[in-house]
Design a protein around this ligand. Sequence first.
Ligand code: FES
Length: 179
Amino acid sequence: MVTGKDLPTRRDCLRVAATVSGGLATGTALVAAGALPRRGDGTAVPVRIADRIARGQAVAFAYPGPEDRALAVRLADGTLVGRSAVCTHLACALVHRPGHGPDGDLHCPCHGGGFDVRTGEVTGGPPPRALPKVLLTEDARGAVWAVGTARPGEDERAGLCRGLRARDPDTADRIGCEP
Ligand code: FES
């Protein structure tokens, strides 16, 4: 579990800015704008969640807030996926079960709910909705960072901008986030 002491320094964030993937270009812009590295400024700041995540490995962490359970999973093909680990039925904690399909699954022990690791879609049981995505990126040393969230059906840039606009609207305007 990641705690407040794991929040990044400015240098850490600049390193992330240099290596963030093209799909998260808005995250790069946020870091370059100096919008992210402050400690204790609420939700959706970047959080370093692991030094490295190997294929088939899952890491539990808290994001965007300290009480928000989340999971990062490295799939068999190398894809890194982040998901909320709060069941959309009655909010029990999800667990990753390797060996249930090629990438494992996300299982809810309370009432048997299940979710696809890759897509977050419901695969069984009573959960009514898919899981929100936690946006992840890796820095040059292979450390994994959570940098934002996206709701089901929301694209990554929109999710990053939503988080930024909630806490720093001036910077959201400066980097071109829609109002
Ligand atoms: S709380 Fe997860 S299936 Fe009910």
